[in-house]
Design a protein around this ligand. Structure first.
Ligand code: KIV
Length: 270
């Protein structure tokens, strides 16, 4: 059954997202520039300027080399394109190793962009960082489960929560981060029943990616879901568009018309 969603016509805030828990699912998508952020404006509640851009826009093998300057540059562009969604800034690797460093980095983000929250990866060991940020007026989305910034330490991307011990540890992370003041949890790459159990236990909204259907919301990387990023496709990615095929088809038609001199025709000439 397809449900046609009405466009969103009001500004979404941290409070809106908190209040959606248990009422309405939250839809989140990544964006990296003004053009696409403008297309997403009014269509989703949240935009994440994700460090995944390091892979899809910069062809790097992982997210670890993304820098604060690079992320601020892209967030400024997203801010120009989107007015209504809550914009979340993904803190890059190495910019929030201590509470003081995290506050310095996030303060810069808040001063230089329109981001309304930051996202950090890590479990209960990051609770002091979440507390420091929230005590200083910076809203935090805490990202647990599969954490792409740990890919080198982990030796790959591995689905989390497969054993009861891992599931218990994820629950402890979720509760500690909630207690520290995170207003939402991003649950990535974990067994669906574990994500559902966390969602039913915590009071803050959970947003899943590769975490099944029991979370309070979902997030996808735009270039994955629209089929522009072709290097690999995780199992959890549903392609809603075959973007790369559409571009190639259009480009081939354009080249054919240039070569046959069918373009430009009278309609497209002065
Ligand atoms: O960087 C990103 O796009 C993310 C998503 C995988 C949630 O963190």
């Amino acid at each position: 059954m397809s449900i046609q969603s009405a466009p969103i016509d009001k500004k979404i805030t941290v409070r809106t997202i908190r209040e959606m828990k248990g009422r309405e699912p939250v839809t989140m998508i990544t964006a990296y520039d003004a053009l696409f952020a403008g297309l997403f404006d009014g269509e989703v509640e949240m935009i994440l300027v994700g460090d995944s851009l390091n892979m899809s826009f910069y062809a790097e093998p992982d997210t670890l080399s993304a820098t604060l300057d690079q992320m601020i540059y892209h967030t400024k562009a997203v801010c120009k394109g989107a007015r209504l969604p809550l914009i979340v800034f993904d803190m890059p690797f190495g910019t929030y190793a201590t509470p003081e460093q995290a506050l310095g980095s996030a303060t810069r983000v808040f001063r230089e962009t329109c981001a309304e929250a930051v996202k950090i990866e890590g479990g209960r060991e990051k609770a002091p960082i979440v507390r420091k940020l929230t005590e200083n007026g910076i809203a935090v989305v805490a990202h647990i489960g599969l954490m792409p910034q740990s890919v080198r330490a982990e030796g790959g991307y591995r689905v989390q929560g497969r054993s009861e011990e891992e599931a218990k540890s994820l629950m402890e992370d979720a509760l500690a981060l909630q207690e520290a003041g995170a207003f939402a949890l991003l649950l990535e790459g974990m067994k669906a029943e574990v994500a559902t159990r966390i969602t039913e236990t915590v009071k803050i909204p959970t947003i899943g990616i590769g975490a099944g259907n029991g979370t309070d919301g979902q997030v996808l990387v735009w270039s994955d879901m629209f089929g522009f990023f072709e290097a690999f496709k995780p199992k959890f990615v549903k392609r809603y568009l075959n973007g790369a095929d559409l571009i190639r088809d259009a480009l081939r038609q354009y080249r054919e018309e240039v070569r046959s001199r069918a373009f430009p025709d009278e309609e497209h000439s002065y």
